[in-house]
Ligand binder design. Structure first.
Ligand SMILES: CC(C)(COP(=O)(O)OP(=O)(O)OC[C@H]1O[C@@H](n2cnc3c(N)ncnc32)[C@H](O)[C@@H]1OP(=O)(O)O)[C@@H](O)C(=O)NCCC(=O)NCCS
Length: 177
């Protein structure tokens, strides 16, 4: 697998995006579950976080984890950007963009054609060049994970997609990659 070029996704002078280690799992879980308790994203258990730790990128400031995001492959052409969260005291510092950019860069390096995300913050993804989509256009997601979710089919998360192939579509410089 290609190595992450952390210098190309620098989030700020004092921080850069890095791959997560198992030692990050608890802080990742705490960050996600803080936002989940406010209804902004789905909760994750520590066990799920360990199982998926290789999907994660993180941003640390002075040794403290202040952001995370995961790229989870769902099929030969498709992956989900999920568990994107930034510390509430470090919002609007460019970390969300940098984390999304790391996922986009890895999606390209892996040869994926499309990324998707389910979110209550569509404006953030639109700012990065993603487009809204019908969740039913993502059948593998719907019939795997969503189908088992207690909120299904009443989920209010909005599906966003990023085309990694078409030069006319998003995924260019604005995507953060
Ligand atoms: C959404 C979230 C990850 C954004 O992280 P962030 O580090 O604050 O965002 P950034 O500073 O990287 O912002 C990048 C751009 O998106 C814009 N933006 C950020 N949040 C936005 C929103 N809710 N609506 C519209 N635009 C937004 C910023 O203004 C910025 O634009 P600019 O580059 O032109 O200045 C963060 O607010 C968060 O952790 N929210 C709670 C958890 C959550 O909702 N996660 C998404 C679930 S998939």
């Amino acid at each position: 697998m290609p190595e992450l070029e952390s210098s190309t996704v620098a989030a700020g002078e004092a921080a850069s995006v890095e791959r997560a280690t198992v030692g990050d799992a608890r802080e990742i879980c705490d960050l996600i579950n803080l936002w989940a308790s406010r209804g902004q994203m789905l909760p994750r258990t520590l066990g799920e976080t360990y199982e998926n730790i290789r999907d994660f990128f993180v941003v640390r400031e002075g040794g403290r984890l202040v952001g995370c995001a995961a790229l989870h492959i769902t099929w030969s052409d498709l992956a989900e950007l999920k568990s994107l969260a930034v510390d509430e005291e470090r919002q609007a510092a460019g970390y969300g963009r940098a984390l999304a950019g790391a996922c986009v860069a890895e999606g390209r390096a892996l040869g994926l054609q499309r990324l998707f995300a389910l979110t209550y913050r569509p404006g953030f993804f639109e700012r990065l060049g993603w487009e809204q989509a019908d969740v039913m256009s993502l059948p593998r997601k719907v019939w795997n994970e969503c189908y088992r979710c207690p909120k299904f089919p009443g989920c209010e998360e909005i599906a966003m997609v990023l085309d990694l192939v078409s030069p006319a579509a998003g995924g260019g410089p604005g995507s953060g990659a």
